[in-house]
Write a protein that binds this ligand. Structure first.
Ligand SMILES: C[S@@+](CC[C@H](N)C(=O)[O-])C[C@H]1O[C@@H](n2cnc3c(N)ncnc32)[C@H](O)[C@@H]1O
Length: 284
């Protein structure tokens, strides 16, 4: 049996299930669920739609229920064990694209980009899709993240330009371009261990390693700032996402680091600084 959007009874059942569970926008979510079942011919059944809605009603994030998330205009496959890309991270992705276009032209000709802490590969794929002549090296501590990034790159036909690694920060990256990467983009874990205790809803479905930034939330930034300069070319930029209210900590950290000569902060639509861009000094 195939499910169509004019199956009113099913729609009503789904609506009741999702709105009873307190889902904010049940109509949009029903559309996603039906779209997902429709496009999956082997499981195109009414029962499957109800099963997905039940999972959603019990609190499973929509991305895990339907197995995908839109990011920078493309569809990213997501899976349990890997953080679901957030729309707020698009600011970091597009800011990176803008800077590469400024230095390498509209297609990013010859640009070498590192996506550190790549998760599902959302930034690597979004950037590679927007810049058809840029090359991306994506890495994550977790093997399942690297595997999902590889899967996304292949699905999107970007695998020739996205090279995937896994290991601790820069450790797995090949050294032959060390000192010659144009841009590093990174959305690291940045919530303090203590802060995370008060946001335990995050850990109900997604992995701690994606959020826990150590005692003050800045452990990964400290390491990034220290270790990135070995990979960035002189005059190259590193851009990373910051948590709300983290600006003073980050500014302090960057002022202490000698290797960078420019710091620029980018605000989101609400005026909150969410992206920091730092330039590796021309002299260091
Ligand atoms: C906030 S998530 C960002 C994922 C993805 N870039 C995104 O925007 O959705 C942080 C990622 O950093 C990875 N990570 C944590 N510690 C790491 C480390 N020491 N080295 C490399 N990756 C790390 C986590 O596995 C997780 O995928």
């Amino acid at each position: 049996m195939s499910i169509t959007s004019d199956d009113g009874t099913l729609q009503t059942e789904l609506f009741e299930m999702l709105s009873d569970a307190g889902i904010d926008d049940p109509y949009t979510e029903i559309e996603h669920i039906l779209g997902c079942v429709d496009s999956d011919s082997t499981q195109g059944t009414r029962e499957r739609a109800l099963e997905l809605a039940r999972a959603r009603a019990s609190g499973t994030p929509l991305g895990y229920v339907i197995g995908r998330q839109r990011f920078m205009g493309i569809e990213i496959a997501v899976a349990p064990g890997v953080i679901i890309p957030r729309s707020e991270t698009e600011l970091l992705g597009w800011e990176t694209v803008i800077r590469i276009r400024e230095s390498h032209g509209a297609s990013g000709f010859g640009a070498r980009v590192i996506d550190m802490c790549c998760g599902s590969g959302n930034l690597a794929c979004g950037i590679a899709r927007a810049l058809p002549h840029a090359e991306v090296w994506a890495s994550d501590l977790m093997e399942n993240c690297a595997a999902l990034t590889h899967h996304n790159a292949r699905r999107l036909g970007l695998n020739e330009r996205i090279h995937v690694y896994h290991g601790d920060l820069f450790e797995p990256l090949p050294l032959h371009y060390a000192g010659h990467y144009d841009i590093i983009v990174c959305n690291p874990p940045y919530i303090s261990t203590h802060g995370l205790r008060q946001r335990d809803e995050l850990l109900r479905h997604e992995p701690r390693v994606a959020f826990d930034g150590g005692p003050y939330g800045v452990s990964l930034y400290q390491r990034l700032v220290r270790e990135a300069s070995r990979f960035l070319k002189r005059g190259g930029w590193m851009l990373f996402e910051m948590g709300e209210g983290q600006t003073p900590h980050i500014e302090r950290l960057l002022t202490r680091a000698q290797e960078y000569d420019k710091v620029e902060l980018v605000a989101d639509r609400r005026g909150e600084f969410r992206v920091a861009a730092v330039r590796r000094s021309l002299n260091h």
